[in-house]
Design a protein. Structure first.
Length: 324
């Protein structure tokens, strides 16, 4: 008889007491009832059945880690599993083939709610609160658990207990469900898209040689938004669990020849939008007859005001000379 290495807790002791009561009851009934007997004579087979014995399933015993005097704990760390919303994920038992008397027990959440079980090669799925809604599937050969069309509410800790004649083993899986990633969008900041050109010679060269851009992603959580120049990271911004909109600015020369990209990623996937500088950031080609088209709004207003003032002044000078 091998005893646990540590004294059982009150929780474990309660289940052990319950097991002892069930075993004693079964022994008493077994002693007082005749056994099934089969007359094996050819052509004359009859069976005398004993009264039905109490149904005994070692689930309570198994939950506290005792079976046939063996107590074995898997000390492996929790395995992290990441999956995209509406995809399927399989939590593997690493068992090649279950034996008839093996028991598989799957539990979920902080209360270790039993959600699936294999006992005597019979598969049972428990979902009283309809949290999973027909999404659970247990492999009859290995006991692995598959969650189909997974949702955010299925994120959490899953516990596996395997009970066999070889002993008891445990596994834990921390499942995280991520939303689908949208493709980030690159737009031009309207008030700053004024490349330098011959029609606005008064503009400062430093402000007109650049194209200001904004990369955005709407309604995202647990992601990072980044600008890259080739393979080099230029800037990035991250958000945790809150679902918000992210945006990240970038300023480039309109004649820039390097490759720029905006990347949105989470731990399992990324979406990339390439920047077409030639298409988004080009020189203004307004005709000489209407050069104001290529000027910034503020600069255009100033130039119009100056032109009006000059016109009024010229008109005043002409009127003055005519009257004099």
């Amino acid at each position: 008889m091998v005893y646990p290495s540590a004294a059982p807790s009150a929780y474990t002791a309660a289940y052990l007491d319950d097991f002892i009561v069930q075993v004693r009851a079964q022994i008493l009934v077994t002693r007082s009832a005749p056994h099934n007997m089969t007359n094996a004579a050819p052509g004359n087979t009859s069976t005398i059945s004993a009264p039905a014995l109490p149904t005994f399933r070692p689930t309570n015993l198994l939950r506290c880690g005792f079976i046939f005097g063996v107590y074995n704990v898997d000390t492996n760390a929790v395995k992290s599993v990441s999956v995209t919303k509406r995809d399927s994920v399989t939590l593997n038992t690493d068992v090649t083939e279950l034996q008839r008397d093996d028991q598989i027990l799957w539990m979920f959440g902080p209360r270790d709610t039993r959600i699936a079980e294999i006992y005597k090669q019979i598969i049972s799925v428990y979902d009283k609160k309809e949290k999973f809604r027909d999404r659970l599937n247990v492999d009859s050969q290995t006991g692995s658990l598959t969650i189909k069309n997974i949702r955010n509410e299925h994120s959490g800790l899953y516990k596996l207990q395997i009970f066999s004649q070889r002993g008891t083993s445990y596994k834990r899986f921390n499942v995280t469900v991520y939303a689908h990633l949208p493709i980030p969008q690159i737009t031009i900041t309207q008030n700053h898209h004024h490349p330098s050109n011959q029609y606005c010679p008064s503009s400062s060269s430093s402000s007109n040689q650049y194209c200001s851009l904004l990369c955005s992603a709407v309604n995202v959580s647990a992601v990072t938004l980044s600008w890259y120049k080739g393979n080099s990271l230029l800037s990035s911004i991250s958000v945790s669990d809150l679902s918000i909109s992210l945006s990240l600015p970038l300023e480039v020369e309109y004649q820039e020849k390097n490759t720029y990209s905006c990347v949105l990623n989470n731990p399992i996937r990324n979406q990339t939008q390439l920047l077409n500088i030639t298409q988004l950031c080009h020189m203004c080609e307004a005709p000489p007859s209407d050069p104001v088209q290529c000027c910034g709004f503020t600069e255009a207003v100033i130039r119009l005001v100056v032109s009006a003032v000059v016109g009024v002044a010229a008109f005043a000078v002409v009127v003055y000379y005519i009257r004099s």
